[in-house]
Write a protein that binds this ligand. Structure first.
Ligand code: CTP
Length: 416
């Protein structure tokens, strides 16, 4: 059983405070011990009893409660991670300036734990030079900023400033914890040096599985859920990268704070990847792309009465996106592919991987076993993955087994 970590969720006074309940819940379900510090303004948006019931701990607000136990310092000192969600423009300004006029400010100042901040505010406030400068200060200190996304805001307007989805905030926060743990240190400084190593790097990731239409209601598809690709997106975000996601039929939530292009078929993905690769420093093809598509797409539903007892489909080859991107790569661009194989023998699996990388021409190939046999699933749709990473000479450069997030971090370690 894993040792529970202590996570502080700081909630400040924005309408998105109601969504912080889901963040608290996700950490609790993950087996972590959660302590909520809510500002008085936050409690105007979400009730203390709700937060106490969900976190299973008392919720603290007042700087002058628990003075005998020096609470304003003790909570921060015992934390493994602090997440502030939502973080208003005001609270971001206070954190950047090092102000400690409330319990949350004191806790952050008194802690060396990594800090993850999920801003939420109106577009004008997010774009205001004061906020821009404050966020830059936080980033320069190794603080992870998740979001905000672009979308519907509190009123009828929409734009940048919407708090990133709770699922993504939690995944990014756990990725930060993961990184700090693997760096062997438990400090915000460790995250600053090791955790934010992809700051400003432009990473293009494809995820999910393509669907090849047969008629208006049917398609040929595959079992990819997109979980590994989205874990790569979340891990890259946590490490400061600027991410573009080309998403094909994901079964998991798409982060709202990355540029996302939704596609469905291999041909659509080919077009989107080719375009986006122009400005990417790193390309990761995590999507499961159909090798073939129906030669013709019927305009109306294929009817049994017309097809009879057997139906033969004629398929034509799809473009090999990865091979194409590798062949036309920009100078210095790093290209990483995946190999989905059902081979069970370890040596033969590696041989297939070596053959594949020599055909694809990419820099690294992440070889993973996939399959779906009598109730046991590997790779596709699962929470965990086991991979072997080969370089262009077929040499094993890394092996990883664990959560898709830890595998994602191992893949991102290939970026220099
Ligand atoms: N890929 C691609 N375009 C295709 C097929 C695959 O870009 N038309 C990419 C995948 O995203 C992955 C890599 O190529 O990064 C390997 O995919 P995989 O399905 O393992 O191999 P295939 O090339 O399809 O070869 P095979 O099915 O014969 O194993």
């Amino acid at each position: 059983m894993k040792t529970p970590r202590t996570i502080i969720v700081g909630i400040t006074g924005g309408i998105a405070a109601y969504k912080a309940v889901n963040i608290v819940r996700a950490f609790v379900l993950n087996g972590d011990s959660v302590h909520v510090i809510a500002t008085p303004a936050a409690l105007r948006f979400v009730g203390k009893p709700t937060l106490e019931a969900i976190s299973r701990n008392p919720v603290h607000t007042d700087l002058y409660e628990g003075v005998a136990e020096v609470r304003h310092v003790a909570i921060g000192q015992g934390a493994d991670l602090i997440v502030v969600a939502p973080a208003t423009a005001n609270s971001i300004a206070k954190i950047a300036a090092g102000l400690a006029d409330d319990l949350l400010g004191n806790t952050i100042l008194a802690s060396t734990a990594p800090l993850v901040i999920a801003p939420a505010m109106h577009t004008e406030m997010w774009n205001n030079p004061a906020t821009v400068a404050n966020v830059a200060v936080l980033r320069s200190r190794g603080i992870t900023i998740v979001g905000p996304g672009v979308g519907r805001l509190t009123g009828t307007d929409s734009g940048a400033g919407r708090m990133e989805e709770p699922e993504t905030i939690v995944a990014v926060a756990l990725a930060v914890l993961d990184r700090v743990a693997s760096a062997g240190e438990q400090s915000r400084e460790a995250v600053a040096s090791a955790g934010q190593d992809l700051t400003g790097r432009r990473v293009l990731i494809s995820a999910g599985g393509t669907r090849e239409p047969l008629d208006p209601v049917r398609f040929l598809g595959n079992r990819s859920s997109g979980k590994q690709g989205v874990a790569l997106v979340q891990a890259a975000l946590a490490r400061g990268a600027s991410v573009t996601l080309i998403a094909a039929n994901l079964e998991v939530a798409v982060p709202t704070s990355v540029t996302t292009i939704l596609v469905s078929s291999a041909v659509e993905m080919h077009e989107a990847m080719t375009l986006a690769a122009d400005s990417a420093e790193v390309v990761i093809m995590a999507a499961a792309v159909a090798d073939y598509r129906p030669k013709t797409v019927q305009l109306g539903k294929i009817k049994k009465a017309d097809a009879g007892d057997t139906l033969t489909l004629e398929l034509v080859k799809n473009p090999d996106i990865l091979a194409g991107l590798a062949a036309s790569r920009k100078p210095g661009q790093l290209i990483i592919g995946f190999a989905a194989e059902t081979e069970t023998d370890a040596d033969r699996l590696l041989a297939l991987g070596r053959d594949k990388i020599s055909r694809k021409g990419c820099d690294f190939l992440v070889v993973n076993r996939v399959g779906h046999t009598s109730g046991a699933t590997e790779g596709f749709g699962t929470e965990r993955n086991t991979v072997t990473v080969l370089d262009r000479h077929g040499v094993i450069v890394n092996e990883a087994s664990g959560s898709k997030m830890s595998v994602a971090n191992c893949i991102l370690d290939l970026i220099r």
